[in-house]
Design a protein around this ligand. Structure first.
Ligand SMILES: Cc1cc2nc3c(=O)[nH]c(=O)nc-3n(C[C@H](O)[C@H](O)[C@H](O)COP(=O)(O)O)c2cc1C
Length: 422
């Protein structure tokens, strides 16, 4: 679809379908979308996707930060033709929207990353492929076809795994490498802890690793030292079956092999390195010519260091409030980072985007583009690829209409003067 007047096109398609008794494939209103997904998802899947750290104060702060900002629309501007496109790392994107990297998508829908890839392809918006995906990146890349893709890296304790992930990300034609800094250990996720549920411990969400030659070498080297088998309770049997199902090869053969369990144990050992510092980035800078984007920056001091170390972009993000309870709302962190960066590199934003109006607000505060996370996961849970696509299209449509109704023709024209002082 041309990005000229996306908003009206989507709006009128929905209203016209209504004449024939058809309602949107997923709810348009954000809290209705969330409620419908919650009703559809299993208890553990919902806790994993919707939950945040501790008392959920950062999840709330992310939304409160948006609720404190107000758009002040302008009138009598010719906004008949609007352009929602932006330029990012040498490519023109039809809208300032990316599919955030989200791990373990099989929790939402069996088509998982493939479904998201189909949605991204239909809209020609970039998919940021997660290190914790349910599907190896090469398979996702095939489903993406020509659509843009970025790769998100969790920096493993094992350098060979890091190198291998980077090579694979290059080979699948990634436009950028997103290094996530805020999750070198998992936050204190109270909802998951109360359900004693971690997907990776069952072999879910580790497909990038089990498909990786460097990781497989670690697994094979580890095999003889695997500890005693768990007691065969029904849950343990289910977990072992899940590990076998997720390991490459035939499940029947895997059930007799120690490798699937060794893979889970190896993953839990090497997942991420808490000793990572700015000097390690220099090595990555030499290692790849891909643009390096740091995800999880909240402090302006870290933005300054990012510039000093020659990174190509920043994502102001607090991981959707999943890491530090009581942390600053991500939108509240954005202006100070934008000020330090001063236009030298793109500043992307996530954590709390629920609508197109939110996108306008984040851009008004200086974001170049935004990553959308939980909302499309809810769409995915409700209606697979079509659901994820519909949610992103709704955000895009509302962005376009909010631009029109605010007197703005292009994304460049969205600036701080569009917001009321707080
Ligand atoms: C279920 C779930 C899984 C996620 N997995 C990853 C991941 O693998 N890598 C990553 O960098 N961020 C991950 N994130 C964080 C998102 O990329 C993004 O920062 C976050 O969803 C933004 O918050 P919001 O969805 O509330 O807007 C995950 C978020 C959720 C909800």
């Amino acid at each position: 679809m041309s990005n000229d007047a996306v908003g009206r096109a989507v709006q009128s398609r929905i209203y016209r379908a209504g004449v024939f008794g058809r309602r949107p494939v997923v709810p348009v209103e954000p809290s209705a979308l969330e409620a419908a997904a919650r009703a559809r998802m299993s208890e553990v899947a919902w806790a994993y996707v919707a939950g945040g750290a501790g008392r959920q104060r950062t999840v709330q702060a992310n939304r409160d930060a948006f609720d404190r900002r107000r758009i002040v629309p302008r009138t009598l501007v010719d906004v008949e033709h609007r352009d929602t496109s932006v330029r990012l790392f040498g490519r023109r994107l039809p809208a300032p929207l990316l599919f955030a990297p989200i791990g373990v998508l099989e929790l939402a829908h069996r088509d998982a990353d493939h479904a998201v890839a189909r949605a991204a392809r239909a809209l020609d918006l970039p998919m940021v492929i997660s290190s914790q995906a349910s599907v190896p990146m090469e398979d996702v890349a095939r489903t993406l076809g020509e659509a843009p893709r970025w790769f998100q890296l969790y920096w493993s304790k094992d350098d060979d795994v890091v190198d291998s992930f980077v090579s694979r990300a290059e080979a699948i034609g990634s436009d950028a490498l997103v290094v996530t800094l805020d999750t070198h250990v998992l936050g204190w996720r109270t909802h998951d802890l109360d359900l004693a549920y971690l997907p990776f411990a069952r072999g879910e969400g580790i497909a990038q690793y089990t498909s990786d030659p460097a990781f497989r070498r670690l697994v094979e080297a580890r095999e003889p030292s695997a500890g005693p088998s768990p007691r065969p309770t029904p849950s343990a049997v289910r977990a072992l079956h899940s590990m076998a199902r997720h390991y490459p090869g035939r499940t029947r053969d895997n059930l007799r092999s120690p490798l699937p369990r060794a893979a889970v144990e190896t993953f839990l050992d090497v997942f991420s390195r808490s000793s990572l510092t700015w000097t390690d980035l220099a090595r990555l800078r030499e290692r790849t010519s891909l643009p390096i984007v740091l995800k999880g920056i909240q402090h302006p001091g870290d933005a300054a260091l990012a510039l000093e170390h020659g990174v190509d972009g920043i994502v102001v993000s607090n991981h959707g409030g999943r890491q530090v309870d009581g942390a600053i709302g991500s939108l509240d962190a954005l202006p100070a980072v934008v000020e330090v960066v001063d236009g030298r590199i793109p500043v992307l934003f996530d954590s709390g985007i629920r609508s197109g109006a939110d996108v306008v607000t984040a851009i008004a505060l200086g974001a170049t583009a935004v990553l959308v996370g939980r909302p499309w996961v809810y769409g995915l849970a409700l209606a697979g690829a079509e659901g994820a696509r519909a949610v992103m299209q709704h955000v895009w449509a509302e962005l376009d209409l909010t631009m029109a109704l605010s007197g703005v023709r292009s994304v460049d024209e969205i600036g701080p003067d569009l917001l009321a002082p707080v």
